[in-house]
Design a protein around this ligand. Structure first.
Ligand code: CA
Ligand code: CA
Length: 265
């Protein structure tokens, strides 16, 4: 009878664990895998490349669109450095358009996709100069000769351009963690078999849910035992291994001991 009530207590505990949401149990991590078409280079969740031919700023904008992207404008130093590095591999003396200009209002720079905020601009020394005495430089490049920083150039000049497009990203499915109790071949929960000699630490616990949560939060915890003392108190023992990793230490005990580990699905 004592065994039966213990059994039901365990079943209840397991059911309530299953009801816990994923975020209650483990930090929500959704691994993402992104990829780019041939010729495009991945950075973050976007793909970048230079146009193969040189065009005017307008022509280059169209060329990017024809390749399934749009002309790129960096939003951070990291992104700009990545773009410069990419360009350097294609052309050591690169000079390439980005999607920024002051065509509308001289001196007021606008970058595609950065409307409503300060555009990200890192000018080389002495730039933008609107072409000095020649005047009317309204379109922005990043160039090797400008120390991989920005310069305003004549929009009708012929240059390559930076293009960007979304990468194809898949969110790898995250499985909720569950704690599975070990059972015999008939599906009966083993109450006197545990993984021995792998304890990280142990403490008095209220039961499976509390012990399982402690294991989830403890780095290095791979499984746990719940032992019962003679006084009827439950001890949660966090283990740094699993029963399949150290089969020899998965042993029958002469006291109440229940083994459980993380299982997926
Ligand atoms: Ca200008
Ligand atoms: Ca200039």
């Amino acid at each position: 009878m004592a065994f039966m009530s213990e059994f039901f207590a365990i079943v209840v505990a397991v059911l309530s664990m299953r009801a816990l949401s994923e975020s209650d149990f483990c930090p929500s991590r959704s691994p993402v895998e992104c990829s780019c078409p041939l010729e495009w280079q991945l950075w973050g969740s976007a793909c970048y490349r230079l146009t193969p031919s040189k065009r005017t700023w307008d022509g280059a904008k169209t060329a990017c669109q024809d390749m399934g992207g749009k002309m790129a404008a960096p939003r951070s130093l990291e992104e700009m450095n990545f773009m410069a590095e990419l360009a350097r591999k294609v052309d050591s003396n690169y000079y390439a358009w980005i999607a920024c200009n002051d065509t509308e209002v001289e001196g007021t720079w606008e970058c595609d996709g950065q409307e409503g905020g300060e555009p990200f601009l890192v000018w080389d020394n002495g730039q933008p100069d609107d072409g000095g005495t020649h005047g009317n430089q309204d379109c922005v490049v990043i160039a090797e000769q400008h120390n991989h920083m920005m310069d305003d150039g004549h929009c009708d000049g012929s240059n390559r351009a930076f293009c960007v497009r979304q990468a194809a990203c898949t969110h790898l499915p995250t499985q909720p963690r569950q704690y599975c109790l070990s059972t015999d071949t008939n599906g009966r929960i083993l109450v006197s078999t545990c993984l021995l000699d792998h304890s990280i630490r142990e403490f008095i616990t209220e039961g499976v849910v509390a012990c399982g949560s402690a294991c989830a939060e403890e780095s290095g915890c791979r499984s746990f035992n719940i032992k019962k003392t003679e006084g009827g108190r439950k001890i949660c023992q966090l283990n740094n291994s699993t029963s399949s990793e150290d089969k020899d230490k998965f042993q029958k005990t002469d006291y109440f001991c229940m083994y459980s580990e993380v299982c997926i699905g």
